[in-house]
Design a protein around this ligand. Structure first.
Ligand code: PLP
Length: 487
């Protein structure tokens, strides 16, 4: 089904890509053959596994090839047409193309293509919000040499200097991200943070509770977005809440940017017209190179533009070039077909679980991901993840709301449809995937370790892993990854 796979597909495209990779591998081989071997093996492994990790995808050969050029050799600090290094005219061309495609695709007044990753994009956004909304002093004024030298007391001082600013974001265990105010991340240190969760009965975001928390806490920044929440968000409501308390609404669409680009999320579900600042990765459902992107209103643009050197190292020009290619792909009509298929397939997977009596957080999905509560199988997330991996099914364990097994062992498995949809899987295949997952988990038992009950050990009934792996391979062979690409 080429309509959902990476654009530009076709026999001639595949043959040309094959030539390119064969030649590239011969060149690499002449210097360090072990890297060439590992590269070939990585393709073979990805081809032979049922990749259901919700944050992963398969970028097109055009996107991947764009990253391997001499743009990697350029320094280009500064912005388009205003660089601190000489001879950046061609970097200017590709960065301008990346931002133009981003603005057009998402309907944003301003785009910044330099962030190296999603976390970096969030850091750029946080500093831009502080710089725009608060008179912020530098580290030197605090008498500090480097941020790594700051003690908790120094951080307290820094926060005081910044006006004791507050951030309200979604909690990690209900699907939020580390960068939304969680302590081990800088966002939980530079801000006083508070988190909103989901309704314990329904698992859905309770907008009245978010509004009540915002009224009480009066955050500078209200963050919306998630990594493991299987539902859509009403961003118009989030903006109303932000406006009522004078907060800046920042939306982190790292996971679902592909559904926004593909016009599956429109109106109140499209964050870009509602948020002051929108951040994203480019490599998840958006199917581009590893990287980040910031979209903003004119008000925040000048501060976002200072992302490098404020919090970013020099721009990765080769990745910005690949972002331009990926965003050009995402502007093609085929990408809308792909995005709709991603949502339909997640729905088919969720329905497949529900009809086999497997418990889902929120009872289903209306985006690209499904969160399975594996306590219904008597397992921890860790046990379930390992048993599935033994059977050729790649997923990741994930906390569920108020998780009894904590963030390490967890009680959930997160599934996403973007990667297998790129391979051409449809709703029938996703129903079959649900069947295979349930077959593995219902034949897996917790096992004791040397010191008694264990949250990691398990046994799978004889023959099940082998049988499921064979069935998974059949699905994979019928939907080849990079069809026609031979190494
Ligand atoms: C994946 C993710 C990020 C981080 O992206 P990286 O590119 O890994 O830094 C940030 N926010 C959300 C919501 C994510 O899901």
């Amino acid at each position: 089904m080429t309509s959902t796979s990476a654009s530009g597909q076709g026999a001639e495209y595949a043959a040309t890509a094959s030539e390119a990779y064969q030649a590239a591998l011969r060149v690499i081989e002449s210097v360090e053959p072990r890297v060439a071997d590992a590269t070939r093996k990585e393709l073979a492994d990805q081809r032979d596994s049922l990749k259901l990790i919700a944050s992963e995808n398969y970028a097109s050969p055009a996107v991947l090839l764009t990253m391997g050029t001499w743009f990697s050799d350029k320094y280009a600090e500064g912005t388009v047409g205003h660089r601190f290094y000489a001879a950046c005219q061609n970097v200017d061309t590709v960065e301008a193309l990346a931002t133009e495609h981003a603005r057009e695709l998402f309907g944003a007044p301003y785009a910044y293509a330099q962030p190296h990753s999603g976390i970096d994009a969030n850091l750029v956004a946080y500093w831009a919000i502080l710089a725009t909304k608060v008179e912020a002093p530098g580290l030197a004024e605090l008498g500090a040499k480097h941020v790594n030298d700051l003690s908790e007391a120094d951080w307290e001082k820094l926060r005081a200097k910044l006006g004791n600013q507050r951030l309200l974001g979604m909690s990690l265990d209900t699907g939020g991200h580390l960068t939304h105010g969680f302590r081990p991340n800088i966002s939980g240190k530079m801000f006083h943070q508070r988190q909103y969760g989901t309704n314990p009965e329904t698992g859905f975001i309770d907008y009245d509770a978010v509004a009540a928390a915002a009224r009480e806490f009066k955050p500078l920044v209200l963050v919306a977005g998630y990594s493991a929440y299987p539902r859509r968000i009403n961003f118009a409501k989030m903006r109303e809440i932000a406006d009522e308390v004078g907060a800046t609404l920042m939306v982190d669409m790292a996971h679902f940017a592909g559904l926004v680009a593909g016009k599956v999320f429109t109106g109140d579900e499209d964050p870009v017209p509602h948020a002051h600042v929108t951040t994203t990765t480019t490599h998840k459902s958006l199917r581009g190179p590893r990287g980040g992107l910031v979209l903003a209103t004119e008000e925040f643009a000048p501060a976002v533009d200072k992302g490098c050197p404020m919090v970013l190292g020099g721009p990765l020009s080769h990745v910005m070039a690949a972002k331009a290619v990926a965003l050009a792909e995402a502007r093609q009509p085929e990408f809308r077909t792909y995005a709709q298929a991603v949502a339909d397939n997640a729905q088919a997977l969720a329905d497949g679980f529900v009809k086999r009596d497997a418990g889902l957080v929120t009872g289903g999905t209306d985006n690209h991901l499904v969160l399975l509560d594996v306590t219904s199988f008597g397992l921890t997330g860790r046990q379930a993840e390992s048993a599935l991996l033994d059977s050729g099914i790649v997923t990741n364990r994930n906390a569920i709301p108020a998780d009894p097994n904590g963030a390490w062992y967890t009680s959930g498995i997160r599934f996403g449809s973007p990667a297998l949809t790129t391979r051409g899987f449809g709703t029938d295949e996703f129903d079959r995937v649900a069947e295979l997952v349930v077959e593995v988990l219902s034949n897996t038992q917790p096992a004791a370790g040397p010191n008694g009950p264990s949250k990691a050990k398990y046994t799978i009934a004889d023959g099940v892993a082998e049988r499921v792996h064979a069935a998974a391979s059949e699905l994979l062979d019928a939907n080849p990854l990079y069809p026609g690409l031979t190494l």
